[in-house]
Design a protein around this ligand. Structure first.
Ligand SMILES: Cc1ncc(COP(=O)(O)O)c(C=O)c1O
Length: 377
């Protein structure tokens, strides 16, 4: 009886909170992509998630689950072998696997900075960076997006060991961090730089080793997070850095220690997908052509993101307008979502468009026609 009462009360509270979301048009719900919709939404930029050759060989080895955390029964030859492979690929002394990019950032940021230290992070950082920072015992402050001036102001006031956290490409705006200048600022103030390479892993650099390696900055960066759920078309993540950092994370990173390790299929898939990516540079060339085509075909006066990354966006005013444009494009057969506040700041609502190597010229041209038409109505 009591149980029923409690359940009802909390559910009423939850319902009231949810109805607020419904009222202001920000209610989230799960849906499955409709058959026949053109994919302008997934992070599978190169289409690797659908390449059968990458996963074909995995079924001959039975190891459905790793059976424990890495510190108990779950540490296998295949984890250690992938970590060595990734260290070589990302030009690092060592790498440590995490079950996702979200967990990698939580695990790194919550454990490494100590009480009395300072973390400075870009205001447009992904939620897992903000949450990782909040879980740490250090002091933390954000700085204005990509502003070297604002970062330097905050660096002058920082205490203890200093950590600066940026993304090489930002997930909502598709723009790059001025990495070289940030590295120089960090060196000036003896700050430790952490770079999240989620949206450059597999894309940037000849072999897809990300922006830090492409710019030759890898040895000047304290830690780098690479994720495999986007251009690599798989799942999981790795933190690259020194052997000491790896030992520290194995000892103190709760998001590494207290969770079942990735299984064989997930681990081997990452290596197979990277090998496939290395052997197929033409996918990146095709993607680059698609990005240029999209930017050429969208009418100049339509407000859009200044991005040369597959993440593109049409800027609108307010949640209602974002939802209206997304509905219009969905009805025309293009799968994409509105990005509304509070996910992005008020007045920066947008339609986020992810371009892919597999999108045809016709698909991109039809999409641009549909957007251009919407603005002539
Ligand atoms: C910048 C950034 N970091 C980390 C993540 C999380 O990665 P994962 O999807 O592997 O958890 C994302 C995912 O969207 C991201 O955009």
């Amino acid at each position: 009886m009591n149980f029923e009462k409690t359940t009802l009360r909390i559910e009423d509270t939850l319902l009231a909170i949810l109805s607020e979301r419904k009222k202001n048009g920000t209610f989230r719900f799960l849906r499955i992509q409709k058959e026949g919709m053109v994919d302008f939404i997934s992070n599978d930029y190169l289409g690797l998630a659908k390449v059968s050759e990458i996963s074909e060989s995995l079924h001959s080895f039975v190891d459905n689950g790793a059976s424990g955390s890495r510190l108990l029964s779950g540490n296998k030859v295949y984890h250690e072998s992938l970590e060595k492979y990734l260290a070589d690929y990302f030009k690092a002394e060592s790498t440590l696997l995490f079950n996702s990019g979200y967990l990698a950032n939580l695990g790194l940021l919550s454990s490494v900075p100590q009480k009395g230290d300072t973390i400075l992070f870009d205001e447009l950082s992904h939620m897992c960076i903000k949450e990782g920072v909040r879980l740490s015992r250090a002091n933390y402050f954000n700085f204005k997006h990509n502003s070297l001036e604002n970062l330097e102001q905050k660096l002058t006031k920082a205490t203890g060991n200093i950590f600066v956290v940026v993304e090489s490409v930002y997930s909502m705006d598709g723009d790059q961090a001025p990495l070289k200048q940030i590295v120089e600022l960090c060196e000036k103030y003896s700050a430790n730089l952490i770079v999240d390479e989620a949206h450059t892993t597999g894309l940037f650099g000849d072999s897809g080793f990300g922006l830090c390696c492409d710019l030759g900055l890898e040895d000047r960066i304290f830690a780098r997070t690479y994720t495999f759920g986007k251009a690599i078309g798989a799942h999981g993540a790795a933190v690259a850095g020194s052997e000491i950092l790896k030992d520290y994370l194995i000892n103190y990173s709760r998001h590494f220690i207290y969770t079942t390790a990735l299984n064989y299929h997930s681990v081997q898939l990452i290596e197979n997908a990277i090998n496939y990516r290395k052997a197929h540079p033409e996918l990146v060339e095709k993607l680059t052509r698609n990005i240029l085509l999209f930017r050429q075909l969208i009418r100049r006066d339509i407000p859009k993101l200044e991005s040369f990354h597959p993440i593109q966006g049409i800027m609108v005013n307010g949640n209602e307008e974002a939802i209206k444009l997304a509905d219009h494009l969905n009805a025309a057969g293009f799968d994409m979502r509105p990005i509304v506040s509070p996910t992005v700041p008020v007045n920066q609502e947008r339609i986020r468009i992810c371009l892919h190597a597999f999108n045809s010229t016709m698909e991109i041209s039809n999409l641009c026609d549909a957007i251009n038409e919407y603005y002539t109505q």
